[in-house]
Each structure stands twice: as structure tokens, then as C-alpha cells.
Design a protein around this ligand. Structure first.
Ligand code: WT7
Length: 648
């Protein structure tokens, strides 16, 4: 029936929330959503105060929002602790003995931590931090696999007011070093190794390498996970389990100012240097709490699984803080989706009777490729709601997800947001908003998005433009760490007083948002943002490379693939292994995720007279298309012909 889903007729399908789902949902109808949405825009202070009142505050805020564009203070004057809201708050009732985290390691080991147990672990580790002289405001790098200890370390930092910065376990030593340098972190929490596809990623070794030439870090706390042999540096490195022997489980949460920094998370921008996105306490908590509650319509009896890595913002907001603030049960899985076989996810869903699954389009496309029989082997009838995040989902993948995973019975919430936004901003509400495959649909409460042209004028229905957000929201970033000017310039200057998302989008005749993707020089590879200039500088750091230009090309599986055009130094002659060597070089300097799918050697890169590389042309060449657009600003036409031939 849905065979020809790429055709326009079928793409226009609308899936109305089923009545049995809507009946029990918090938001039960489009009319109810519209009423609440209007209220949230007309009286934002009232709306957000009501949400915030469901949480624990040590001192009530004086003002819901102080907005001196582009700097926001949410719940100004309020005092709270986010770990108290995620843990202590649930210990007085029946949630005390409820599973907070259900974890499965890649090799198949399992652990469940109840709220009370998680609370205890967090208190003990917070005391370990204190014992190691880590204080309120200090920055702590967390470089761990997807294991409960990652959540424990995050919450322990939050409990004492230290600022965590989780570095994704797939990043290399160079990436860790950059983040330490930018954040001025004094401690690193890591593990000996992480399991990945049966092998061991040497996390501690990467940390040693990052610290080799001296940094601000004076303490490394090492969790024993993989049992691989590591070096422990006397006076700097301590074992997690040894430290626990010296502490008790008594650690009251420190009441913190609502705007106290909670975490830094580094993300790619269009210039070389990753940006430290700063999130703070009160607004972030309210944002992730209420978005988890309404969008996943989460219930006490639900088992919620967000398949992201804790190292990305999705993991911060929807594995750790959002679900735990709601007293939910959150699943955490350490490894790869195809280990040992391509049905690992479906096995986990069947075994734990998962109710809500939140994953990425790139994963869905991989599942489609691996074959439906891996899915069919398992009972997925426990699922009642599906979500996606990270990139636009093609209608074909949406339909497959809906039919094969959701059995045609589960609503699909395609949630649009960013590291910077902290929480989901554009999304269906599963009991209220009819969905269209490929559209993130309508704005969440309190969010005021628009699509504008170059001059900032709102465009009409079905006209493409830049996606902006016209007012602040609670979980928004507060600044780029240490660089207010860049924060202002990057997000708030093009259309004064409006937040620039960097995404292109259109709105259809029903007001539904269709996100097209990034408009700047940032790629979205398998749901992860990569700055092209970071990959370029990694390539240029290779002794044989003169110049590099990196562009994306459509990739069936990853959304975008990475193509690098490279010119070599004059003295260098191309050897057979050089392409592989350059890919490896990028892997070492940034991480495997950034390795170019294709390296093309060129004699020269197409440039304008002012020396700017014409990426548009390279993109066309990279995707195998003929160069069609305007080339009049190109300096040397012969470059084009040679480039087209550069493919082997
Ligand atoms: C960029 C943000 C938010 C956590 C994951 C990525 C793209 C994200 C969607 C979606 C279309 C999406 C955007 C955005 N994106 N979700 N549902 N539909 N595009 O976080 O690394 O900060 O990347 O991911 O381009 O700007 P991030």
C-alpha cells in the first residue's frame, strides 16, 4: 500500500493521532495544543512558571525571564540543584525503588540502578570529586563510554556545582586536548577502555596523549571498565573504585543560582574552532523536563530508550536530565547497533519491553539496509511511541520506521533541535498533532519560529528561507564559553534580536515546518555536526598537503558523506597509499566520524578572484553532477575541467 512512498501523492499523507493514544495523552487534541501554544506565547511567564512549579526550588525565582538581548536569565533569583530534581525528589514516594537506569553493556553485561541506588552512587562520587579538590565552578571533562558511571559523574558534578563537559568517546586525543584548553578543565573522568564492536577503544591512552605536553588538568579519575592494561601517572591518576573507599554516601545537594553553569558541550561551527556551548541550571531543567513530559508523553510505567551516546546533547537532555527529572526509567546501551548482529536494538526492546524509542534517521536507514528479517525475529509490541532526531528524515525511512518498528500503531515524533537549543523546539505532540512523514510539524510551547529571507522578512507558504527563533526559551544556550562576541555575532546579529539556527526550512500551507538542513559550511554526517574547516585544517596539518577543501555530498546511509579535495605540496608525488593515509590522519586528529569518504587530489581548487574557495562548485562535482550554476566569479576556468577528471 505504501510502495511508492517517494511520490508526492503519498508524501502528502497525514497520520492523525489514534483515538486510543490521544485519549490517554496529556495533550489530547490539536485544539488543546493550539490553546496551550497560544497561551504560552501570550503569557510566557505564566506558562513557564507553571511548569517550573512542578520542580523543587530552594528559593523561588523573582522573575521568570530577564532578557537583555542576546543575554537571557531564566528564573532569575531562583535557587535549585538539578541532581536534587533528578534524584532526591523521587526518593520520598514509590519511585524510590523504581529503576532509574537500565543498562546493557556491549558484551552483554547488565545493570539496573534504582533511584535510591543511583542517588547513593551520585552522592559517593560527588564526595570523591570534593576529596580531589574539585569545587563549584570548576570544569571537569568526562570522557567515558555509555555506562551508568557517565550519568553518575554528570549528576555528581551538578550536585556540587562543578561544570561538566562530556567528550564523546569516539573523539581523539587532539579533540580532548582542544576542549581542555578551551574550558580550562582541572580534572578528567575517564575509563581504561570502552567496548566497541567487539574491540576496545583505549580511552585512558587517549587521555594520556592529550595531557602529554602539560595542560590545566591535575587529576584524572579512572573507572575500570574494559580491564585493558593502562598506565597510571603517579600523583595525577586515581582509580574510581579506590577513591570510593574513602567516602561516605552523605552529600547534600548545593543550592545553586538558576543561572549557574551546568555544562559545556562542544559543537562544530563554520570556523575551525569548536564552540563550547554553555547551558545553565534552572531554565535547562525546566526545558528538558517539560519537553520530555509532553513530547514523549512519558508515564511512570514507561521504559524509555534514547539510543544516542551520552556524549551528544541528545544524551544529556533525553537519556539523563529529561527522563530522570520526570522520574522515568531510562535505558542506556553501551555499544554498536549491529553487534554482535544487526538485531541488537530489537533484542533489547523485546527483552526490556521498551515503550518509547528515540533514535536517529541515519540508524533507521542502516536498519533498512540490513534487512527486515532482523526486525521480524523480535516481538516489538511493547512499543507505543517512536521518535527521531539529528537530521531530516526522508519519507521512505519514516514510513519504514512507522510500519516495521511501530507496527503502524505508534505515533512518530520527528523532533527538531540543536546542541544550542538544549531541548526540542519543533515537534509533533503525539496525541495532538497529525504527522506528515518528513516534517517536524509545529513549534513546541513557548517557541516562536519563523522562516525569513535574506532581509529578515517572513516568507510565504512553501517558500524556502532561513529558520530563526524570535524569542528566548528556557533551555537555550547562554553563551559560547569565553567568547560572548562570537555568541552575539554567530546567533543574534544577522537578524537582530532573533536567534539564527543556521538551518534552511520551509513551512507548508498548514504551517508545518520542513527542515532542509544546514545552510552554512557545516556537514551533518550520521546525525552529527562536523565543521568542514575543522576537517580541512586536520588535512592541511599533514606534511604533504598544501590545501584542502571539504564538502558534503548526499549519502544514502549517513545523510551526508565527506568529500575532500586536496592539493599536494609541489615536491610530493602521489603514492598509492596516500589517500588512505590522509583518511587515517583525519581519524587521528578529529575522530573516525570525520574521516573523508572520498579523497580527491586536484592540481588546484576553484577560487574566486578574492581567493575564496567556491564550495558550491565542489559540491556539485562531489555529488557527480555537472557544474551548472554561475561560474563567472571563478578565477581560472581550467581548474574546473581538471577537477571533474580528478576522480580515479
Ligand atoms: C542540527 C543540530 C539535536 C540533537 C542532535 C543534533 C539537524 C536535528 C533534526 C530534525 C531535521 C534536524 C539540524 C540542526 N537536525 N534534528 N528532526 N529534522 N534536521 O544536534 O549536532 O547540534 O545538530 O541537526 O540541521 O541544526 P546538533
Amino acid at each position: 500500500m505504501h510502495d511508492n512512498i517517494e511520490s508526492h501523492l503519498v508524501e502528502k499523507r497525514i497520520f492523525k493521532p489514534r483515538t486510543d493514544f490521544a485519549k490517554n495523552a496529556r495533550i489530547k487534541s490539536l485544539a488543546q495544543y493550539q490553546r496551550m501554544y497560544r497561551e504560552s506565547l501570550r503569557q510566557p511567564a505564566k506558562f513557564w512558571a507553571r511548569e517550573a512549579s512542578e520542580l523543587v526550588w530552594r528559593a523561588r525565582w523573582k522573575k521568570v525571564l530577564e532578557w537583555k538581548a542576546p543575554f537571557a536569565k531564566w528564573f532569575a533569583g531562583g535557587k535549585l540543584n538539578i541532581s536534587e530534581n533528578c534524584l532526591d525528589r523521587h526518593l520520598t514516594g514509590p519511585r524510590r525503588n523504581k529503576a532509574a537506569i537500565i543498562w546493557e553493556g556491549e558484551p552483554g553485561d547488565k545493570r539496573t540502578l534504582t533511584y535510591q541506588q543511583l542517588h547513593r552512587e551520585v552522592c559517593r562520587f560527588a564526595n570523591v570529586l570534593k576529596r580531589n579538590n574539585i569545587k563549584k565552578g570548576d570544569r571537569v571533562i568526562i570522557y567515558l563510554p555509555n555506562i551508568p558511571e557517565t550519568a553518575v559523574a554528570m549528576l555528581a558534578c551538578a550536585r556540587i556545582g562543578a561544570v561538566h563537559s562530556v567528550v564523546f568517546g569516539g573523539f581523539s586525543a587532539d579533540s580532548i586536548r582542544d576542549r581542555i584548553a578551551d574550558s580550562g578543565a582541572i580534572a578528567v573522568v575517564t575509563a581504561d577502555g570502552a567496548y566497541r564492536r567487539g574491540g576496545i577503544v583505549p580511552l585512558k591512552k587517549n587521555v594520556d596523549e592529550a595531557l602529554r605536553d602539560g595542560t590545566s588538568v591535575r587529576r584524572v579519575i579512572v573507572f575500570r571498565r574494559a580491564g585493558n592494561e593502562i598506565h597510571m601517572e603517579e600523583g595525577r591518576d586515581v582509580w574510581w573504585h579506590r577513591e570510593l573507599e574513602y567516602v561516605d554516601a552523605n552529600c547534600p545537594p548545593v543550592p545553586l543560582d538558576s543561572e549557574h553553569p551546568l555544562y559545556l558541550l562542544y559543537t562544530s561551527g563554520s570556523t575551525g574552532k569548536p564552540k563550547g556551548i554553555l547551558h545553565t541550571t534552572g531554565g535547562y531543567l525546566v526545558g528538558v523536563y517539560s519537553s520530555t513530559k509532553y513530547i514523549f508523553d512519558i508515564r511512570d510505567e514507561d521504559i524509555f530508550w534514547c539510543t544516542a551516546d551520552v556524549g551528544w546533547v541528545t544524551g544529556h537532555s533525553y537519556i539523563v536530565y529529561g527522563p530522570l527529572a520526570n522520574g522515568a526509567t531510562t535505558i542506556m546501551y553501551e555499544g554498536a547497533p549491529n553487534w554482535p548482529e544487526p538485531d541488537r536494538f530489537w533484542k533489547i526492546i523485546e527483552e526490556y519491553r521498551v515503550n518509547i524509542l528515540y533514535t536517529a534517521p541515519t540508524a533507521i536507514r542502516a536498519f533498512i539496509r540490513w534487512g527486515d528479517h532482523w526486525v521480524a525475529k523480535h516481538d516489538l509490541s511493547s512499543l507505543r511511541l517512536l521518535g527521531t532526531v539529528g537530521e531530516p528524515i526522508n519519507p521512505e525511512a519514516w514510513m519504514w520506521y512507522y510500519k516495521n518498528i511501530g507496527g503502524g500503531r505508534c505515533p512518530v515524533v520527528d523532533t527538531w533541535w540543536q546542541t544550542e537549543t538544549g531541548s526540542i523546539l519543533i515537534t509533533p505532540l503525539p496525541g495532538a498533532i497529525p504527522t506528515k512523514p518528513g516534517s517536524a510539524t509545529l513549534p513546541f510551547f513557548g517557541i516562536d519560529p519563523a522562516i525569513v529571507d535574506e532581509k529578515g522578512r517572513e516568507v510565504g507558504a512553501n517558500v524556502g528561507g532561513k529558520l530563526i527563533i524570535r524569542r528566548p526559551w528556557p533551555a537555550m544556550l547562554r553563551t559560547i564559553y569565553g567568547d560572548k562576541a562570537r555568541y552575539r555575532q554567530q546567533y543574534w546579529s544577522e537578524f537582530k534580536g532573533n536567534y539564527l539556527t543556521g538551518d534552511g526550512a520551509r513551512r507548508d500551507e498548514d504551517g508545518y515546518f520542513w527542515i532542509v538542513g544546514r545552510i552554512d559550511d557545516v556537514l551533518n554526517v550520521a546525525g552529527h555536526r562536523l565543521g568542514t574547516s575543522e576537517i580541512e585544517s586536520a588535512l592541511v596539518s599533514h606534511p604533504q598537503v598544501a590545501e584542502a577543501a571539504v564538502v558534503g555530498r548526499p549519502d544514502e546511509l549517513k545523510g551526508q558523506g565527506v568529500v575532500a579535495f586536496v592539493t599536494l605540496k609541489a615536491s610530493v608525488s602521489v603514492t598509492g597509499g596516500l589517500k588512505a593515509e590522509l583518511r587515517e590522519h583525519v581519524g587521528v586528529h578529529i575522530g573516525a566520524i570525520a574521516k573523508p569518504d572520498e579523497v580527491r587530489f586536484a592540481e588546484a581548487l576553484p577560487k574566486t578572484r578574492s581567493g575564496k574557495i567556491m564550495r558550491r562548485l565542489l559540491k556539485e562535482i562531489a555529488s557527480g553532477a555537472r557544474v551548472t550554476g554561475d561560474t563567472t566569479t571563478l578565477e581560472d576556468f581550467s581548474v574546473l575541467a581538471k577537477l571533474a577528471e580528478s576522480e580515479e
